[in-house]
Design a binder for this molecule. Sequence first.
Ligand code: ATP
Length: 334
Amino acid sequence: MKLSIENLYKTFSGFVALDRISMEVGENEFVCLLGPSGCGKTTLLRIIAGLLDFDGGVMRLGGNDLVEIAARDRGFGLVFQSYSLFPNMTVKENVGYGLKVQKVDKKEISERVATLLELIKLPDLADRYPHQLSGGQQQRVAIARALAVEPTLLLLDEPLSALDARVRAEMRFEIREMQQRLGIPTIMVTHDQEEALTMADKIICMKDGRIEQIGTPRELYAEPATRFVADFVGVSNILPTAWIRKNLPQMMDSRPGGKEGDFEFAVRPEQLVVDDQKGGAEIKDMQYLGNLSRVTLDWYGEDVVVEMQGYPKFTEASSIHVTVADGCGRWVKV
Ligand code: ATP
């Protein structure tokens, strides 16, 4: 079922936490709410879950107004950042809890739990208690518990943020695979752009309670609409109009109208090319990362980051020539 939200508005004692949010989550779609701390992601997720009131706007699931449906009757699966398993219940009791509440037949519960434990790759841990599990295992169980009741919508609030980097990377892949296999529309809150880029069908990038841009991971990376998105999703060099006019005047042709400060030019580190000619950039810093090098240059007074394959072949630290690769770079709204 499709979730649609129109002009959702939320204030906390006069402070606008969500400012006219409109978005859709299609059937089977994996949507990430991405943005820095305090931008309103969790507030939005909690309102969708029915755990928090709102001041204005409309939310519909499959055409029905969600306001009419109490939180517990929405049939949503919820997974939070902190492991919220019942400590006095075993893994299989935790996973089967929602089904027991729904008075599902015991035999069916045990079959469904066994299938879910296979799905989360923990079939042998059914009789353990939460404190006998690692963080990653606990989050897998929390996800299985949310999936047990066959939710109409799965809501994940930073489910991976407490895990170490390796487990997090593994679980990104697993959650995504599970979601696709089961075809459940999912909304995940994250402030980690890499997580959003690797997992989402669609990213909703937020700032200060507003939506900055909605798009596929590719669209957000390749076609950021605003300076904020260019900077928050991946790494960008942001160059002001006056600098471009002076040093890369040919780029001015593509600049949208508007006032001097309305737009800036964003170019990714891999879109800057260093060649053998003499030019006006100087090396400020160099990081060798094995497969690539990241070099910070002073380019006519602006710090820019350039990425290149392998070890850079600079013969000297100054007089470096930099160009923007053909067709690369974009004017973004400030
Ligand atoms: P984080 O990644 O840090 O969790 P977030 O994007 O999820 O951030 P929210 O928790 O949604 O942000 O908070 C959005 C804004 O609303 C913040 O400025 C926060 O201080 C404020 N806020 C949240 N809950 C309340 C509340 N109960 N009372 C007052 N202000 C609140």
